[in-house]
Ligand binder design. Sequence first.
Ligand SMILES: [Ca+2]
Ligand SMILES: [Ca+2]
Length: 135
Amino acid sequence: MFDTIGDIDISVTWCKANDICHTMNGYLTSIENESEMNAITEYLKTNLLNAPPWWVPGNDLASEGNYVWANTGTPMNYSPWTDGQPDNSKRSENCVHVWLYDHEYKMNDWGCRREDWHLDLVNVLYIFLINDDDN
Ligand SMILES: [Ca+2]
Ligand SMILES: [Ca+2]
């Protein structure tokens, strides 16, 4: 379902993450159903000791509250939001990441250009996922 290009342990913004993927002729992968979410989280549990948040291409940059996948332009029909999210905090959260919250992987909207976080984990792009063919 997805390929990884190694575990790239750098902290980047959503915009930069997309740029990097483009230079590799790939995309941040969308997560369009529960089985895709399970496949990715299984990979993380198997290959990484900690629980890294990661960017997904979901965003509402074009129209507030209307989330689409940047890689396909299609609406986000699967979006397991964290309770209370998306909150468009400070009216400036338009990009989506997945994090471990209350022992579950959930989505949250976050600032597209933010890479700061007190644990230096959110917005760390540990994995690039390409060839998102849904196969
Ligand atoms: Ca927003
Ligand atoms: Ca948020």
